[in-house]
Design a protein around this ligand. Structure first.
Ligand SMILES: Cc1ncc(COP(=O)(O)O)c(C=O)c1O
Length: 399
């Protein structure tokens, strides 16, 4: 029999999408599902982008430059300039979203069997990307009790071995919503500079920071210019998940040169979408302030709703749009299945992501779920009530 690679066999299925078939079955039964399992924002994409897309009138839909259309890259530079970071178009390569930027970073920075140290719980696709590039993912663990803040630098030092080529962080964090303060980032930068280790910064949620707090970009640490590689995306910034637009950004010329070679191997990303996206830095300022206000009240609504459910513990997310909650159950995956298979409250139920797949350390996250607060406040309120009712029924059933 013809066989596929061991590498491919080892890939995990996304824990975020794994339960989709059950959700489809529930929908067929006429049950309405509140999707709190996936980071797909319901915010409308910017009108100027949609208008430009509608007015596309080139005669040939041609390939574009491999490094990305100049005007597209310039709009990235303008966005960063507004955020007080000075970059040139030569510091970046346009990518198919943050996902391709991450793939490129892994391909470029690691040799086979090198190690990448990341923070657990982590965005699950890191594992598949690492495995695709024959990189070993290692983790340091963050805990709910500590609001999932980075552990002291001495723990990171302990976890770094001779094979560690890079530390990968996601700030603000998916799945925990943690935002890392400047002092901690500075310590991390100092350590990595001293050890000559790269830092990959997944900045997918850099625009989603609440309570008046500020995000510190690792690009602002000048001394770290050779070790910092940022994976950026427009997916969440402008609610453009399906446009597949992003960039790998670094002031390290070797990194960008290598990214260009990979970019050439897939010719270019969409010329149409880059053209439409080049105007995005012109979205009015209140586009972001309105969205931030909305997400902050969604977070507050979720927290208020969860507080009313006995036995549920959770951190206080300061960014992104996720929260990890500990439920009074032994096995959260079993509970998530129950929600879809065996439960509804007035014809409605909720879909959550079991958190086990966000951890590498066996046993961790077993009673946790990730909740994406990407629905309006009313739906979040309803979802919390459904969750409360479901936990009551599940607990009685399992007694
Ligand atoms: C932390 C993180 N990084 C990267 C991505 C990839 O996003 P995209 O490829 O749409 O830019 C996501 C998507 O949800 C994410 O949550």
């Amino acid at each position: 029999v013809i066989n596929i690679s061991q590498r491919a066999k080892n890939f995990p299925f996304s824990p975020i999408r794994k339960l989709m078939p059950l959700a489809e079955q529930a929908k067929k039964k006429g049950i309405k599902i509140y999707h709190l399992n996936i980071g797909q924002p319901d915010i409308q994409s910017p009108k100027i982008f949609l208008d430009k897309l509608k007015n596309y009138n080139e005669k040939v839909v041609a390939y574009d430059r491999s490094e990305g259309r100049e005007e597209f890259l310039e709009s990235f530079c303008r966005y960063y300039r507004k955020n007080k970071i000075s970059l040139k178009t030569q510091n970046m390569i346009a990518t198919y979203g943050g996902s391709e930027a991450l793939f490129m970073a892994f391909c470029i920075l690691f040799d086979k069997d090198d190690e990448c140290l990341t923070i657990e719980p982590f965005y699950t696709n890191y594992l598949t990307i690492a495995q695709s590039c024959d990189v070993k993912l290692k983790t340091v663990t963050t805990a709910l009790e500590n609001n999932f803040q980075l552990p002291p630098i001495k723990e990171i030092k302990k976890a770094v071995g001779p094979k560690t080529k890079a530390v990968l962080i996601c700030n603000p964090n998916n799945p925990t919503g943690a935002l890392y303060p400047e002092k901690v980032l500075k310590e991390l930068i100092d350590f990595c500079c001293q050890k000559n280790i790269f830092i990959i910064s997944d900045d997918a949620y850099r625009d989603f920071v609440y309570d008046g707090k500020k995000i510190i970009s690792l690009l602002s640490f000048k001394k770290a210019k050779d070790i910092v590689v940022v994976c950026d995306t427009l997916s969440k910034r402008y609610s453009l998940c399906g446009a597949r637009l992003g960039a790998i950004i670094s002031r390290n010329e070797k990194v960008i040169k290598s990214a260009l070679k990979i970019a050439q191997s897939r010719t270019s990303i969409s010329s149409i979408l880059q053209s439409a996206a080049s105007c995005l830095d012109q979205v009015p300022k209140n586009y972001f302030s309105k969205i931030l206000k909305e997400y902050q009240s969604r977070r507050n609504t979720l927290i208020a709703g969860l507080k009313k459910i006995p036995g549920v513990k959770f951190g206080h997310p300061q960014g992104a749009f996720y929260l990890i909650a500990e439920l009074p159950v032994k096995n959260s995956e079993d509970f998530c299945r129950f929600l879809l298979n065996d439960f509804n409250y007035k014809g409605e139920t909720v879909m959550l992501s079991p958190a086990k797949g966000f951890y590498l350390t066996p046993g961790l996250g077993k009673n946790q779920v990730r909740i994406a607060y990407v629905l309006n406040c009313n739906d979040i309120k309803k979802s919390c009530l459904i969750l409360k009712k479901a936990l009551q029924k599940y607990t009685i059933n399992s007694k």
